[in-house]
Design a protein around this ligand. Structure first.
Ligand code: HEM
Length: 126
């Protein structure tokens, strides 16, 4: 039988993503370059970001059930994201990811995803 095991299952499900995102937002909270882009209360940002990532890596589709099509570039338009903001964002996400101790191949796949997708969110010229 050809059982497809998702990344979501391999990493242990939602707790992996919630831990990584909690750590990510700790780093965001301490960084003036990106902190101001987010609302004062980070509860919802934490929840929606983790929920999206669960879905993205093969977990339950709760994000889309609640929010509809991700259309992330469009959803980021209200926030001024230049190269500097993108670089800080990725730096914090990769720090949080690195601390999770994933298997290197899987970690590399996630690093590539975060680097590529975050570049796509840039909406301000240099
Ligand atoms: C891999 C790249 C990224 C992913 C997967 C991602 C994911 C998300 C998701 C799922 C949301 C919630 C959208 C919704 O309202 O349903 C969100 C919101 C947001 N993102 Fe991103 N994002 C990325 C890159 C960035 C970058 C580079 C920045 C800024 C430097 C950024 C700043 C924000 C801000 C300010 C919000 C609004 C938070 C809120 O209102 O609670 N994101 N992001």
């Amino acid at each position: 039988m050809d059982e497809q095991v998702t990344v979501f299952e391999t990493v242990g499900g939602a707790p992996f993503f919630t831990s990584m995102i909690d750590r990510f937002f700790e780093l965001v909270d301490a960084d003036p370059v990106v902190r101001g882009l987010y609302p004062d209360d980070l509860t919802e940002s934490r929840r929606t970001t983790a929920s999206f990532l669960c879905q993205m890596w093969g977990g339950p589709t709760d994000y889309s059930l609640e929010r509809g099509q991700p259309r992330l570039r469009m959803r980021h338009m209200p926030f001024a994201i230049g190269q500097l903001e993108r670089d800080r964002w990725v730096e914090h996400m990769l720090t949080a990811l690195g601390e999770m101790g994933l298997d290197p191949e899987l970690e590399e796949a996630m690093v590539n995803y975060f680097e590529t997708a975050s570049t796509h969110m840039i909406n301000q010229p240099e």
